[in-house]
Ligand binder design. Structure first.
Ligand code: SAH
Ligand code: SF4
Ligand code: F3S
Length: 448
C-alpha cells in the first residue's frame, strides 16, 4: 500500500453513544497505522457510523454511501464500512443493497474493528451483527475534544418504548464495572480533560446487571453510587450524565447532585409526551404527575438547575387535545432546551404497526407549533443569566468569530466571550453575561 492509502475517514450520525463509539474506532484505526483524513475522497478506509432513530436519519447514510460506492468502481482498494445502528438493523440486507460494502458491523462490535478489518484486508466481505458481550477496550480513543470527554457507563437498553428501535439495535443493558469506569476517568484527568459526561441510553439503569445488593435489597452499584465513586478523580472538574429516564430517576440521585460540587446542575430527562394516555401507549412507565414531581424536587434542591428533554409529536392516535397537553407541560416547566421530533414509524417496533397513524401534515404542523413555544420558553429561561457571573469551561474558538472563545456554563448553556483560545482552552473562567439569546449567551471577562 502507498502512504496515501493509509488514511481513514469517519462520518458519524446520531447520538452521543455513536460519537463515543466513533472515537474508539478512530483510536483503533490510528493504532493500526491509519491517519485521519477530513475529506472522505482522500481516504482509503471510509466508515459511516449510522443512526436509525428516525427514517430521515437512516436515509442520509444511503446517499453518502451511494457516492463512495461509485468511487469504488474506479478505486477497488477502497474499503467501505457501515457501522452503528443502521448496520445492526439491516445486517446482510445492506450488502444486497450496496454490494460494494466490505464490512457491516453493529454497535456492539465497535471494539472489534481491528480484527474485522484485518479479515476484510484478507479478502473477506463481513457482517458482524450477532449479540455479543462487550469487552473492555484497551485502545485509547481518538477524542475530538481535549477538554470534554464521553465515558460510556452502560450499553444497550432493556426498555420497550413502543416507538423506539434502540433496544433492537443496541441490545440488552451491559454495565461497565465501577473500577473500569474510574480507571478511564483517571486517565482522562491525567491527560488534562476537565469535564466528563457519563453516557447511557437509560443511565438510571446503571448497575442493574452487575452482581451485588445491599442488605435492604438495593443494587450495590447505582448511578448515585457511581457518582460518589468517581467524584474525586484528580483533574476532572465537572461531571455530567445522560440520558435520564423518569421511570427510574430517584431523589437519592438528586441529593447526590446537589451535594457533589463537580456534578453540574443540568438534567436531561426526556418526557416524550405531556399526556398520560399517550405515555401509556408509548409504554413509558410514568405519568406526567410523576414527571412534574421529579422536576419540582430537582428545583427544591437546586433552584437554578437547567432542565432539558426530548419530546415526540404525532405519535399514533395523538389527538389535538393530547398534543395540547404536551404544549401545556412545556409551558409550565420551562425547559432550557427541548429536542423535538415528529413521530417516525420504525421497522420492528410495535407502534409502527398500529393503524392509527397520523398524516405528515398533522405531524409537521404540531412540530412547528411545539418548536415555536420551545424557542419562547428557552429565551425566557436565558433571561435569568442576564448580568450574572457564570463559570464557563472554555472548549474552543467561536467558529464564527475568531476573536471569541466558546464554552459552557454549568447549566450547559453555550457561551461566547472575547478571549485568546491558546491561553483559555480548558480553563474555567468567570464570565459576566452581557447578552442573552434563546440557546446561547455572550459575556466578557473582568475582575469579578
Ligand atoms: N434513551 C432516551 C432516548 C433515546 S432516542 C430516552 O429514553 O429518552 C432519542 C430521542 O429520539 C428520544 O428521546 C425520542 O424523543 C426520539 N425518538 C425515538 N424514537 C423515535 C421515533 N420513532 N420517532 C420520533 N422520535 C423518536
Ligand atoms: Fe428507546 Fe425507551 Fe430505551 Fe430510551 S428508554 S432508548 S426511548 S426504548
Ligand atoms: Fe441513533 Fe443508534 Fe443513537 S439509532 S440515536 S445512533 S443509539
Amino acid at each position: 500500500m502507498t502512504s496515501s492509502s493509509r488514511r481513514y475517514h469517519i462520518t458519524t450520525f446520531g447520538c452521543q453513544m455513536n460519537k463515543a463509539d466513533s472515537e474508539r474506532m478512530a483510536g483503533i484505526l490510528e493504532n493500526m497505522g491509519f491517519e485521519w483524513s477530513e475529506d472522505p475522497n482522500d481516504a482509503s478506509v471510509i466508515l459511516y457510523n449510522t443512526c436509525t432513530i428516525r427514517d430521515n436519519a437512516e436515509q442520509k447514510v444511503y446517499s453518502y454511501l451511494g457516492r463512495q460506492a461509485k468511487r469504488k468502481h474506479k478505486e477497488p482498494d477502497l474499503t467501505l464500512v457501515v457501522a452503528g445502528c443502521v448496520a445492526q438493523q439491516e445486517g446482510k440486507e445492506l450488502l444486497r443493497r450496496v454490494p460494494e460494502l466490505d464490512l457491516v458491523m453493529g454497535p456492539q462490535h465497535a471494539n472489534r474493528l481491528k480484527d474485522l478489518l484485518e479479515s476484510v484486508f484478507d479478502g473477506n466481505q463481513l457482517v458482524a451483527t450477532e449479540e455479543v458481550h462487550i469487552f473492555e477496550d484497551i485502545t485509547q480513543p481518538r477524542r475530538d475534544s481535549k477538554v470534554t470527554a464521553w465515558v460510556n457507563v452502560i450499553y444497550g437498553c432493556n426498555e420497550r418504548c413502543t416507538y423506539c428501535v434502540v433496544p433492537n439495535v443496541r441490545g440488552v443493558e451491559q454495565s461497565r464495572t465501577p473500577e473500569a469506569i474510574r480507571a478511564e476517568i483517571e486517565t482522562l484527568g491525567k491527560q488534562g480533560y476537565k469535564e466528563i459526561t457519563l453516557l447511557g441510553q437509560n443511565i438510571d439503569a446503571y448497575g442493574r446487571d452487575l452482581p451485588g445488593s445491599t442488605p435492604e435489597g438495593r443494587h450495590l452499584h447505582t448511578l448515585t453510587d457511581l457518582l460518589y465513586f468517581v467524584h474525586d478523580v484528580p483533574g476532572i472538574e465537572r461531571i455530567r450524565f445522560a440520558t435520564s429516564h423518569p421511570r427510574y430517576f430517584t431523589e437519592r440521585l438528586i441529593k447526590a447532585c446537589a451535594e457533589l460540587p463537580k456534578v453540574c446542575e443540568h438534567f436531561h430527562i426526556p418526557f416524550q409526551s405531556g399526556d398520560n394516555q399517550l405515555l401509556k401507549a408509548m409504554s413509558r412507565g410514568y405519568t406526567t404527575e410523576k414527571y412534574r414531581r421529579i422536576i419540582d424536587t430537582i428545583r427544591k434542591y437546586m433552584p437554578d438547575a437547567a432542565i432539558s428533554a426530548d419530546a415526540i409529536v404525532g405519535f399514533p392516535g395523538e389527538t389535538e387535545e393530547q398534543f395540547e397537553n404536551t404544549l401545556k407541560l412545556v409551558d409550565d416547566i420551562g425547559f432550557d432546551l427541548l429536542n423535538t421530533a415528529a413521530y417516525s414509524p420504525r421497522p420492528g417496533t410495535p407502534a409502527a404497526m398500529w393503524d392509527n397513524q397520523l398524516s405528515e401534515e398533522v405531524k409537521s404542523d404540531r412540530l412547528q407549533r411545539l418548536n415555536h413555544l420551545v424557542g419562547i420558553k428557552a429565551a425566557e429561561r436565558s433571561q435569568r443569566y442576564s448580568g450574572r457571573i457564570e463559570e464557563v469551561l472554555v472548549e474552543d474558538q467561536n467558529s464564527k468569530d475568531k476573536t471569541q472563545v466558546m464554552g459552557r456554563t454549568r447549566g450547559n448553556r453555550l457561551t461566547f466571550f472575547p478571549g485568546d483560545i491558546q491561553e483559555l482552552k480548558g480553563k474555567i473562567v468567570k464570565v459576566k453575561i452581557t447578552e442573552v439569546r434563546a440557546f446561547s449567551l455572550t459575556g466578557e471577562v473582568g475582575e469579578w
